[in-house]
Design a protein around this ligand. Structure first.
Ligand SMILES: Cc1ncc(COP(=O)(O)O)c(C=O)c1O
Length: 379
């Protein structure tokens, strides 16, 4: 056991800022001097860069990842009476965005290994009211989009990828936003492409989604003083400037995440009481989060508290599945299709270890050492 206690934080926001300070500061300075801070030239530039990065025709910046979801759903005509299929072991916003439209959230189980939606559970949940599937690329790994696309084609369903967690990930022969109507992104600081606050975007090849979301994000207006019912959800130019600087580094940062993940995996493979993340062969998992699971649910808080006491800021994503939270479904329409033991196991057993590109070998090795120490003594 390594004797010296060190503190390992969960995020590296300030380290990342210091590493590319000149590029970020230059973009912020450019925006400040331009005098255009809302829907200005920096937003336009970043939208073009984001679309080019994804290989899509369009990218639309919005206020946050939740708005990116529900504004896209609105653009696809989703509303009351419609059913939308997703999972409960995700951040609350995935379901919340469905509920914003007045539609019914239908929850199916997740895959026991990837924790993304299990395509084999989707068809049994489809009814004549089903309109859309919302797979979440959980923890940085793409859901099985080829299988989901086949089901959507067979039943004439829309697909919106909740890609809050996996910018730069890839599937086996498919890219994000390639097999769906659109993919949505969150730029909140803790995401793998994060700004100093909130932000979001939609990437799509569909000109109608582009046209409608652009209008909706700006009070239903595409011409000065002409409005229709919409909303105020714009990505500020200062955030666009920060994101434009960071986008240039995202592939390298994702590579570093993959390196830390490989180091964790090598170090932890001999632990008996935990399961390590599963990377689907042929996929590029970008490890937005490095989530291990305790084999026994009663071990989860034990391990979490042990690591926290040892100075390691481990967390849980997400410790209470949406359907198990108090107040569910908050007056909204929801249905759980079939038993969902994998989503429930994932929520009960997950522990996220520190994962960000700017970690050091000392921090990762110390974390491995402490997990192994807990594992030796776990009962
Ligand atoms: C899977 C998922 N969907 C949606 C969101 C919502 O994004 P935001 O917080 O930017 O609204 C998040 C992140 O917070 C998320 O992790």
């Amino acid at each position: 056991m390594l004797e010296t206690k060190i503190n390992v934080s969960f995020y590296g926001h300030v380290r990342q800022y210091h590493n590319i300070k000149e590029e970020i500061d230059a973009n912020i300075h450019q925006v400040l001097e331009s005098g255009q801070y809302v829907m200005g030239p920096m937003l336009k530039r970043f939208e073009q860069e984001l679309a080019a990065y994804h290989g899509t025709k369009y990218a639309i910046g919005v206020g946050n990842g939740t708005d990116a979801l529900w504004l896209t759903f609105k653009a696809l005509g989703i509303g009351p009476g419609d059913e939308c299929i997703t999972t409960t072991n995700t951040f609350f916003a995935t379901a919340e965005a469905i509920w914003f439209t007045g539609a019914t959230a239908v929850f199916v189980d997740s895959d026991p290994r990837t924790n993304c939606i299990d395509p084999s559970k989707i068809e049994a949940a489809i009814t004549p009211r089903t309109r859309m599937i919302v797979p979440v690329h959980l923890y940085g790994q793409c859901a099985d989009m080829k299988a989901i696309r086949k089901i959507a084609d067979k039943h004439n369903l829309k697909i919106v990828e909740d890609n809050a967690q996996a910018i730069g990930a890839r599937g086996d022969g498919f890219k994000i936003a390639e097999l769906s109507n659109a993919a949505t992104i969150s730029f909140i600081i803790q995401k793998n492409l994060g700004t100093f606050g909130d932000g979001g975007a939609i990437v799509t090849d569909d000109p109608e989604i582009d046209r409608i979301v652009r209008k909706l994000r700006n009070h239903g207006s595409d011409k000065r003083s002409c409005h229709s019912m919409g909303y105020n959800s714009r990505l500020d130019d200062l955030h666009a400037g920060v994101l434009s600087a960071k986008l240039k580094h995202i592939d390298h940062w994702n590579d570093l995440r993959r390196d830390w993940s490989a180091r964790y995996t090598k170090g932890l493979v001999r632990a008996h009481n935990i399961t390590l993340p599963f990377e689907t062969p042929g996929y590029r998992h970008i490890y937005h989060l490095f989530v291990i699971e305790t084999k026994k649910a009663e071990h989860r808080d034990q391990l979490l508290n042990f690591l926290n006491d040892e100075g390691i800021d481990a967390k849980c994503h997400y410790p209470i599945a949406i359907h198990q939270q108090e107040g569910y479904p908050w007056g909204q329409k929801a249905r759980i299709a079939g038993p969902i033991p994998n989503s429930e196991r994932n929520a009960a057993c997950c522990v996220s270890l520190p994962m960000f590109p700017e970690l050091t070998e000392e921090e990762v090795d110390y974390t491995i050492d402490r997990v192994l120490d807990w594992d030796r003594r776990a009962r």
